[in-house]
Design a protein around this ligand. Sequence first.
Ligand SMILES: [Zn+2]
Length: 310
Amino acid sequence: MPAIRRNIVPLRYSDPSVVAYVRSPTDWLVSNCGWIRGRSGVLLVDTCGTERDTLDLVKDVRKYSTVEMPLTLVLTHAHGTHHNGAGVALRNGGRILAAESAVSAVRAGPQRYEDTFDYKNWGTLEAPKPEAVHAVTTPREVDLGGVVVEVVPFPGVAHTDGDLVVFEQKTGTLFTGDLLSVGSTPMALHGSIPGWLDALYWLDKTFPTVRTFVPGHGALSHPGSFPVAVLRTYLNWLLDATTPETPDFAELATIARRRWPNWSNPERHVGNLMRAHADQHGRPLQEKTALRAILDAVGGKIDLDARLGR
Ligand SMILES: [Zn+2]
């Protein structure tokens, strides 16, 4: 029974302290976070999907902050795995920044995806106070004292319709949210495949001095490295494979499993193929049908109690 492990990776120790919080194994509901601490404030990137995991995260942030500092929580997008703990993280106050299109979902509170998951361990997850959630519509600088962090929304639809990234210049650290996944099958159901390819190009152009990517899922990565190239290849393949009017999605999903055999959660391929097909043929994706295909590929609702072990 694999429990979730958290690996605290310091990228710089002080002025500012920059930490990647890398959780494994890569699976549904297991995502990365991170934080940047200046002399007068802490910026936390994303929360976890459950109360307990978010409390563990907040405890780790506090361990590395000698005094109680004002908290800015930046949410990379409105998938529950990343924002469910927003209310939990703000129990002692703070503010939340999210892309404009993500704000309503963040204010609505935790998402338990009851059609998708069997899971009993969410804990007590409250929505954040609506007035604590602020929309980021254009690139914004957050001054933490001795360090200015850039919070930059992607102007388009990519992994979702409300993705943003966080950049810390001194270390060249870019927290990408799910615009980059390493070692797990990306999840494109709520986004756009051409838009995601545009976003990868935009990341290259907008942040030419990146030294370390902290992806939304999986291990740290570097510019020009294999995981970034392979994501681009995968997204292009999805479009190529679904050029025909009526592709055989199940057969293509089998081919994808063979081409990317080491990725976790391969059941997502079929949904991604449907998304690519809808995008390039100018049709809305039937999300329920695509989700049903994903669940069929994994044999029914996903039993997170068994997979995550608590
Ligand atoms: Zn996501």
